[in-house]
Ligand binder design. Structure first.
Ligand code: GTR
Length: 326
């Protein structure tokens, strides 16, 4: 009798445990940025909203500061389902998803509002579908501003100023092509290695937006920031496609809503941080150089576009759609 009760209790406990593990998903998320960065705060907000909106069925533990690996590695981990969530820049996704690579064509967007108008249109839908098919479903888009060149010893005003310079870029043939067309030597490298590379002269320069230039301390070792604004690349909150597809329609809606709210917050924080970062680096002695004429940089990008169209002939209409979007 006693033995039976014990068995029954043990069985009930086992069912309860199975019940909990089967319904509650514990996700893990990757982010490259430090504390206080807009994306870090917004990803924490996403992690806070998920259990609220899913009745505790989904929780997310965020790993900030790139502690779970470099961005190209993390992209692969989310694709494979080893991680569920990542805040990714679309630059390193381009080599995997041809549609997503359009946003990494230099000067393809006029400005950030233009980029968001495209993302909210059928162009964005095509990019999102391409990503989802490769295992990375974008839930919402983050702002990453415009990227400009910085280096240690001179302002950059024309492509001739880039001649012979070794410039760090993110992993993507479009970026190596871009630097090569300006006469420089491209050096693809993980984000975490750039500070040391600039400091020791392994590279002469790099390129990024105001907040990353500041948060990484790159401005301390590369004090000329030239506003070329050659790349405007969005970022995503991305989820492993299988993990997303396994959710009920209600849960998918809840997760998407949490991501949208996170993105709204990120974009507000981003606008404030861009201004604050510029002010901070200027106070730190950075020489900011307004590039008076960007046309020579744009004109030099012809071969980069041609190479892209040669590899991806079917994506010409997507690029034309972006260029035709007001
Ligand atoms: C930042 C971006 C990161 C990473 C980094 C880089 O602006 O937010 O995701 O792509 O640039 O240059 O590697």
């Amino acid at each position: 009798m006693f033995e039976n009760i014990t068995k029954t209790l043990a069985g009930a406990a086992a069912v309860a445990v199975i019940g909990v593990t089967a319904s509650a998903a514990e996700w893990r998320g990757w982010n490259i940025h430090v504390d206080g960065y807009p994306n870090t705060i917004a990803m924490d907000k996403f992690a806070e909203l998920l259990p609220e909106k899913t009745n505790g069925e989904i929780t997310l533990q965020m790993f900030h500061g790139g502690t779970l690996g470099s961005q190209p590695d993390a992209v692969e981990q989310v694709r494979a389902g080893a991680l569920e969530i990542g805040n990714f820049n679309l630059g390193p996704i381009g080599p995997i998803v041809a549609e997503a690579n359009v946003v990494s064509l230099p000067f393809v967007f006029k400005d950030v509002p233009h980029m968001f108008r495209v993302l909210d249109s059928e162009g964005g839908a095509a990019i999102a579908a391409g990503m989802a098919a490769k295992g990375l479903t974008p839930l919402a888009w983050y702002d990453a501003g415009a990227r400009s060149f910085y280096n240690g010893d001179k302002a950059i005003n024309t492509p001739a100023d880039v001649q012979g310079m070794k410039v760090r870029v993110m992993n993507n043939d479009l970026f190596t092509g871009m630097i090569a067309q300006l006469g420089g030597n491209p050096s693809p490298m993980a984000f975490a290695e750039v500070y040391q590379a600039l400091k020791t002269g392994v590279v002469d320069g790099a390129e990024n937006n105001w907040p990353s230039y500041e948060s990484t301390g790159h401005y301390e070792v590369a004090g000329y920031y030239s506003l070329s604004q050659h790349l405007i690349i969005p970022e995503c909150i991305c989820i492993n496609t299988d993990a997303f597809n396994a959710l009920s329609a209600d849960m998918q809606a809840a997760v998407s809503e949490a991501a949208q709210e996170s993105a709204t917050l990120q974009r507000e924080l981003w606008a404030a941080r861009e201004a604050a970062s510029r002010k901070a680096v200027e106070a730190g002695g950075v020489v900011v150089n307004e590039v008076a004429d960007k046309a020579p940089f744009q004109d030099a990008m012809g071969p980069v576009y041609e190479a892209y169209f040669e590899t991806n002939p079917s994506l010409r209409p997507l690029v034309e759609l972006i260029q035709a979007t007001e």
